[in-house]
Unconditional design. Structure first.
Length: 288
């Protein structure tokens, strides 16, 4: 079922309050996930959300870094609770789960697709969650979870760049606050891919302004939020360096300026311990 279908299925249900309680615990668990406190995260899930062994096994694999195994378990859980899958008929009767836990499986799959770089699968499954209606990505129940996945997957797939650019422009005309604060980074990257370098410079400048504004608003002790804000900075700095390189005709007369830039990049990589795999993927993809 899509996310919309799962939300609608609780309407008028006497167990809806229980589902709301589960959703509240999931929101709290989501905060601890962002903070990187995996022990508290597992405790919250096991005590307040998990009713299925699938969930525990998948979370243990995911938090342990075995993303491929976690995805396999999430997929198995989804099939086991699909009434239309005859292979797993009867599983749902033996292992009842809440709507919140079922949603966790679907969202876990998307997170695994993202971490594995399975962009086609991520985009297709994200759209399936909103019944292939992009406008629903902007609705409150779906924005926090699905919009970022959709933008990221579409950005990684060149065949969807034109459509993504049109989508962003369409949303900006209605309400720019519907998009993530760093959406200008995506626009800068799209402009570079289209060789529209002046437009790319505008978006890089817009991104830098948005970054400084966000950074200034973060409390000095908000280490997790500050680290998250820094994650996307390197690839935008390198886009800016590329634009500066090609912006001067003298830099194109010889290969020396290009070699200096490539030499600087070869000594500058994200942190192996502090940077998420998504940061590495962004930097490598941008350089390519």
């Amino acid at each position: 079922r899509s996310a919309r279908g799962r939300l609608q299925s609780t309407a008028g249900d006497p167990a809806a309050q229980l589902d709301l309680d589960d959703a509240a615990w999931m929101q709290l668990a989501s905060l601890y996930r962002k903070l990187g406190d995996h022990d508290v995260l597992m405790g919250l899930y096991e005590k307040h959300v998990c009713r299925s062994t699938y969930t525990r096994r998948a979370l243990e694999a995911e938090l342990g870094g075995d993303v491929d195994r976690a995805l396999s378990i999430y997929e198995e859980a989804v099939r086991a609770h699909d009434p239309h899958d005859s292979q797993f008929a009867g599983e749902a009767q033996r292992d009842e789960v809440s709507e919140a836990e079922e949603t966790l499986w679907f969202n876990g799959r998307l997170e695994c697709f993202s971490r594995l770089g399975a962009w086609e699968e991520l985009r297709a499954n994200t759209l399936a969650e909103v019944e292939h209606d992009e406008e629903r990505l902007l609705e409150p129940p779906y924005t926090d979870t699905y919009l970022a996945h959709y933008l990221r997957a579409s950005l990684k797939l060149p065949q969807h760049h034109a459509h993504l650019s049109a989508f962003i422009e369409r949303v900006l005309k209605r309400d720019k606050h519907s998009l993530p604060w760093d959406r200008a980074a995506a626009q800068a990257y799209l402009a570079v891919c289209c060789e529209e370098y002046d437009r790319a410079r505008f978006y890089v400048s817009e991104y830098m302004g948005a970054f400084l504004e966000r950074w200034a608003a973060l409390h000095p002790l908000a280490e997790s939020a500050r680290s998250a804000a820094l994650q996307g900075l390197q690839w935008m700095v390198e886009v800016d360096e590329f634009l500066q390189l090609i912006g001067k005709e003298s830099n194109l007369a010889t290969t020396a300026p290009l070699h200096r830039l490539l030499s600087a990049w070869s000594r500058r990589y994200p942190s192996p311990s502090e940077s998420d795999i998504a940061v590495w993927d962004d930097v490598v993809a941008c350089r390519s």
